[in-house]
Each structure stands twice: as C-alpha cells, then as structure tokens.
Design a protein around this ligand. Structure first.
Ligand code: C5P
Length: 322
C-alpha cells in the first residue's frame, strides 16, 4: 500500500537491532537471572506459525490471570496476609464492555487521542504515567494502574505519597523466579514489593490493591517463546504485555494504544519525560520486540489503525469461541 507508511512487522528479530542493543540482549540471554528452563518447541526455527485466532485461543487456554490471596502460603502464615484482597481480581472487576490500554510510549505525545481513550468503559495505565497536563493526548480516566516493584520501591517516584497512585485500582508485579514458587519469590524479590505493599495499604486502606501471581508473567513469557523462531530474553514480559492480557480477561474488546508505534514513532521513551532511547520501544531487558510481534499477529484491527492511531484491537477472552 503506497499511501500507508510502514507499520510493525510481525517478524521483527534481534538481527534487525543495532550492535549496541544486540549486545545488551545477548548479555541478558547469558545471565538467565530468573532460572528460565526451556521446554517445548521454543526458539526452534521451523516452529509452526499459528494464525491470529489460534494464538488468541492459546493465550486464553494457557494463561491464568491470578492474584495473591490471603490463603496462599507463605503469606497465610504472616500477620499482614489480611491486607491482601480476599478474592481474585478477576472476580472483583469487570466485565467491562470496552477497554483502553495506554502504553507510555513517546509517540502518544501530540496524538490527540485523549477523547478516544476516555470513551472506553475502563482505562489501564502503567507505572508513573501521568494524565495531568497530557489530557489531550492520553485522556484523564484511570480505572486500573499496573505498577512494577521498581516504581514501588524507588524514592523518586514517591510511591507512598504521590497522588498519581491514589485513584483507581492498583495492581503490582515483580520479576519472580521462573518456577513461580511463592516461597522462593518471597525470599528473593527483585525489589521490596511486599514491604512497600504493607506500607501503602496502611496509608490507603480503602483503595483496592492486588498483587499478580508470578505464574501469570511466566505463562505469558512461555506463549511468546513458543511462538517465536528464535530464543527470546529470559526475563519477564513488559508491563505493557502483562496489562494487555490482564484487560483481555476483563473486557469484551481491548484497544491498545501506541504499543505498536504509529506514524508518530519516535525515540522519545515516554510521553511524559524528555529522555530518548530506542530500547524503550524495542526492548532490552524485556522481550518487548517479541511481545510486539505476537500482538501484531493477534490484532483484529487494520494496519491503518496502527499507522494513524497506534491502535490495536484485541478481543476479550469471553468473546472468543475456541
Ligand atoms: O516504561 P513503562 O514500563 O512504564 O511503560 C509501560 C509500557 O509501555 C512498557 O512496559 C511497554 O510495554 C510500553 N512502552 C512501549 N514503548 C515505549 C515505552 C513504553 O511499548 N517507548
């Protein structure tokens, strides 16, 4: 299509990265910090390429959107377990008719997508992404905020005191061992997610706040690896990918904004910061490149939607006939 510029190619591979980024990816491969064990067809070239609908059904079948509850060991043995929500997130929230997942990509700047984003029944945002001052481009509604443990622990994000985090439902996650063993994770989190969770709950006892079960991140990782022709980074998927699958379990239809970059694609890392790095969009630590390949293959919207609005359309799991 001569009138349409380039959109994300679902066969992006690490060979298309620059030398610097290739080295970073190779280093993460060698480290295997989380003890990933390869199984199944993952990374073997010649892996049969599934269709979009087949990928969607795999995701629905093999990924369980689970959160921590007070009955799970080792938490059940600790006095603060009562601070955890008694029910799963998926039984408390939704179903929503339409949802927006707002990536924090720099290409949202000057997008004018705010009204469209806010027209959804529920809106998911990530980490420290603000709306104040950026309403025209990203909207102002926040139903759920997915945060990583690094943001919870870092002084500059002022997690405990900033008003950024005090509205909507909070959902936190931390890169856990591949085994997803809760006791192993509890003894060796990447950042002090549990200490910060307890402090936050004491200050904001009425705000709903869930913690994702580590099985969730690694089940999604496995779906990505099993459907790629080369080995992916042995690190958990990005918040963007986790949030997208989370919303697919709560919504009838999910629109993801600027995860697959539009014509506004830029090296600007976040729409809210003056920091430039191509790794933000292509990934270094996270298998972000491969997450984007998978999302491109599952997209039910048009390439034009991606090109003009950075918009991907995914069906909710409930709407799928597998
Ligand atoms: O950087 P942060 O993790 O807070 O951003 C939220 C998510 O948005 C990322 O996990 C990633 O999936 C997506 N993102 C992106 N391209 C960027 C910045 C963020 O795809 N330039």
């Amino acid at each position: 299509n001569g009138l349409l510029g380039e959109v994300w190619d679902d066969e992006m591979s690490s060979s298309m990265l620059g030398t610097r980024m290739k080295k970073v990816v190779q280093n993460y491969q060698a480290m295997n910090k989380y003890g990933v064990e390869l199984s199944g067809p993952g990374g073997v070239s010649g892996t049969p390429k599934l269709s979009g609908p087949e990928l969607l059904c795999q995701l629905k079948d093999k990924v369980e959107v689970a959160t921590l509850t007070p009955d799970l060991q080792p938490f059940s043995l600790l006095p603060w377990a009562t601070q955890l929500p008694p029910q799963q997130l998926t039984s408390d929230l939704g179903p929503y008719k339409s949802c927006a997942v707002v990536s924090s990509a720099g290409s949202l700047r000057y997008s004018g997508l705010g009204k469209e984003i806010d027209s959804h029944e529920a809106v998911l945002r990530f980490n420290a992404a603000p709306t104040t001052g950026y309403e025209k481009d990203v909207g102002s509604k926040t139903t759920i905020r997915l945060i990583n443990s690094q943001v919870m622990a870092s002084d500059d994000h002022r997690f405990l005191s900033s008003s950024l985090y005090s509205s909507g439902v909070l959902v936190a996650w931390d890169p856990a061992p591949f085994s997803a063993d809760l006791t192993k994770w509890f003894n060796r989190t990447d950042y002090p997610i549990f200490a910060q969770y307890q402090r936050y709950r004491r200050l904001h006892p009425l705000q709903p706040f869930y913690i994702l079960h580590p099985r969730f991140e690694w089940q999604i990782w496995q779906r990505i690896q099993d459907n790629m022709a080369e080995p992916i980074q042995k690190n958990p998927p990005s918040s963007g990918m986790l949030g997208t699958v989370l919303m697919m379990s709560l919504c009838e239809v999910v629109h993801v904004y600027e995860f697959l970059p539009s014509r506004r694609k830029t090296e600007l890392c976040h729409y809210y910061q003056r920091f430039y790095d191509a790794a933000c969009t292509l990934g270094a630590y996270h298998p972000l490149l491969y997450e984007k390949n998978l999302v491109k293959r599952m997209n039910q919207g048009s390439d034009r939607d991606i090109y003009t609005s950075g918009r991907v359309t995914l069906p909710g799991f409930r709407k799928l006939n597998c």
